[in-house]
Design a protein around this ligand. Structure first.
Ligand code: TMP
Length: 204
């Protein structure tokens, strides 16, 4: 049986990933969709903890390891079984987010070996075929986040400088996560969607 394709969407806050993934869900209803952190019962609990103010100021190693723990569960419970059964998988965020946020955003280059060592083990057999980076400028993205009804998370509330470093991390490491695709997400949603659809069809 042919292995499914694994396509990841990445991007800063307000880049439109969730809206785009919801649109893909309607277009390709036979794919498996997941969200990092999340996707599993354990992942959702870790997500709730990480997004809330309860974890404000936690040690960055602890923060990184919690994201990695949620991902380990998602890889083994959802992604690998789907790919091995020939189903395509779309994930809203994945490992590149940890480099962008914990290593670059939090300015902890010394934690890259920790990320790499653990990821080499948990991502074995689970490399993205392509990562589509929805590239939004931090000012545009954060303005979008604050115009939403939902409460911003503790990551949304980080400074513009933090989000600028996250964007830099994304750009530097994008090519390590399968075929790299960059889409300008400052553009209106319809234009982003047209490019995303064309890209996903060409990757299958
Ligand atoms: P979102 O899925 O609603 O975008 O929220 C997830 C938040 O968690 C987002 O602010 C980015 C952050 N994050 C990290 O800091 N590290 C990670 O490894 C992942 C997957 C997400």
């Amino acid at each position: 049986m042919q292995r499914g394709k694994f396509i990841v969407f990445e991007g800063g806050e307000g880049s439109g990933k969730t809206t785009i993934v919801d649109m893909l869900r309607k277009e390709f209803s036979d794919f498996v969709y997941t969200q990092d952190p999340g996707g599993t019962a354990l992942g959702h609990q870790i997500r709730d903890l990480l997004m809330s103010e309860r974890t404000k100021g936690i040690d960055v190693r602890a923060e990184l390891l919690l994201f990695l723990a949620a991902r380990a569960q998602m890889v083994s419970e959802i992604i690998v079984p789907a790919l091995e059964s020939g189903t395509h998988v779309i994930s809203n965020r994945f490992a590149l987010s940890s480099i962008a946020y914990q290593i670059y955003g939090r300015q902890k280059p010394e934690l890259l070996p920790l990320y790499t060592k653990v990821s080499d083990i948990i991502l074995e057999n689970c490399k993205p075929d392509a990562t589509i980076f929805l590239d939004v400028s931090p000012e545009v993205g954060i303005a979008r986040v604050h115009s939403r009804e939902e409460e911003p998370t503790r990551f949304d509330n980080e400074s513009i400088e933090f989000h600028t470093r996250v964007r830099e991390g994304y750009k530097k490491h994008l090519a390590e996560f399968g075929t790299p695709v960059v889409i300008d997400a400052d553009k209106p949603l319809e234009e982003v969607w047209t490019e995303v659809l064309k890209t996903v069809q060409s990757l299958l």
